[in-house]
Design a protein around this ligand. Structure first.
Ligand code: ATP
Ligand code: MG
Length: 147
């Protein structure tokens, strides 16, 4: 149950969000039940939402939406954070890649989160896309084919 998983992740990350007064907002348009590895999928959502919190300013909002379409399910994590420059976007799924180490130093990550996400998404025959504008925000969209 993708909606339940999203709610669980929001609960797990609520303290982290509260520290920056970031509001985690969820949306869905109906039940979505996937055949997937529960814990790996939880890790995917955790990594994306943790990034959204890490790379957003205090007081902003992070939107997590689950959408059931006729031939796909979509999970979107949208933030109004620092964004990613166009020339960097293609590299963020590489292991250990971090955009502008000086800029993201205080968040203390390893640069593995998105590489793990990509790996898990590939194994589930799903896809992940990123849409980002530097200084404006980022949206990650995972598409699960409906079989
Ligand atoms: P960790 O392994 O702890 O997750 P990380 O967050 O640095 O470390 P990734 O999650 O793989 O590593 O992300 C890679 C890089 O992509 C980040 O360092 C950051 O520069 C950029 N990035 C990821 N998500 C976002 C986002 N939502 N907004 C802006 N930049 C992002
Ligand atoms: Mg990360």
């Amino acid at each position: 149950d993708l909606n339940q998983l999203v709610d669980e992740v929001c609960l797990l990350l609520s303290q982290k969000a509260n520290k920056k007064s970031i509001h985690l907002e969820t949306q869905h348009n109906g039940e979505v039940v996937l055949q997937a590895d529960l814990n790996r999928m939880k890790q995917v959502i955790m990594n994306l939402v943790a990034n959204a919190i890490n790379y957003s300013p205090e007081g902003s909002r992070v939107e997590i939406s689950v959408q059931a379409n006729p031939d796909s399910y979509k999970l979107r994590v949208r933030d109004n954070g620092i964004g990613i420059a166009e020339k960097e976007v293609s590299r963020i799924f590489e292991r250990f890649y971090r955009v502008d180490k000086a800029r993201s130093r205080n968040s203390g990550g390893t640069g593995l989160g998105l590489a793990i996400v990509k790996h898990i998404i590939d194994l589930h025959h799903a896809t992940i896309d990123v849409d980002s504008v530097e200084g404006k925000g980022t949206t990650f969209t995972i598409t699960f084919p409906r079989v």
